[in-house]
Design a protein around this ligand. Sequence first.
Ligand code: NAG
Length: 320
Amino acid sequence: MFSSISLFASATVLLSTTIFASPISSHYERDASASPVNWGSTPSGGLTEVQKLNYVLLLESAHSALYSQAVKNYSDYDFVNAGLRDLYTDAESIATLTAANVKTIDSAISSSGEAVPGACTFNWGGVEGAFGWALFAEQFEALLVSTYKGLLPTLTSAPHISFIQSLLSESTANSATLRTDTNLAPTANYAPLTLGESGTLFRPFVAYCPATNPAIDITTHPTISFSANALSPLTVGKTITLTPVDAEPTNDITGAVLNTVAVNGAPLDFAVKPDGKGGWTGRVPVGVQPGLNYVVLSSAMLGTGEAGLIAGPAIMEIAA
Ligand SMILES: *[C@@H]1O[C@H](CO)[C@@H](O)[C@H](O)[C@H]1NC(C)=O
């Protein structure tokens, strides 16, 4: 929590500039699709349980690296100075917990009779300063929450289900803490993501994996960079431009879908028009929930759900 008026004011300024070019989305502008991981395409029958665990291992290794690096790169003083009073101690305990999670996944993979993939390294692009780290970490936790929500109904092994449930509760708690600390609107409920949507958001953060690791058989999508036309928090009615970063140019885009957990639980469709520069412009639709939302560009011609997805998701923070 912010301890003084002046810290609150400087944090607000930081937020108003990061809210559009949210830490995760802004990463894509620098590093559109670079990733040394061998991403495969999802087999028609879906991934095996061990292939799913291999992906969870990659996510939790990144999760662990994000916190263990934070407690090395920043001091308790840096966090306190950024208005994040208890975050250093929290980050230390999350670093320990996530390192233990990585070991648990390693043993789950080897007890299924498969080789444990070698350790990967990660890069976080433009994450700078203790406050910037906290904003980025919040989005990373949200990505994990949404991934595990989407993954849970596809699992069959009881021990795997209860383990992923525990990862889901940990990330939900971390996300809530970070949102409070950074003064973001609370998010009641994160929408679930498919593995393809999750991989699309996660892909740019993998810096290196041993070539002997099995491919991650997840079909990912082109990413989206987005901008808004005014430097004030993103709210209903604001104009936004969504630009596919690494996609073939297409005229098939018919709309955008804000994957929000709305009152009726349904994603919100809204119209977008080409801006003539490769981007698609629309307005944040009525009914969107404050907090973190995902947005995708879609084509009704190609079908509903992931079949109609042309680019994304991207993360969009909606102010209360
Ligand atoms: C920590 O610092 C190293 C060295 O500058 C950098 O490569 C890494 O991305 C930083 N990690 C985080 C989480 O800030």
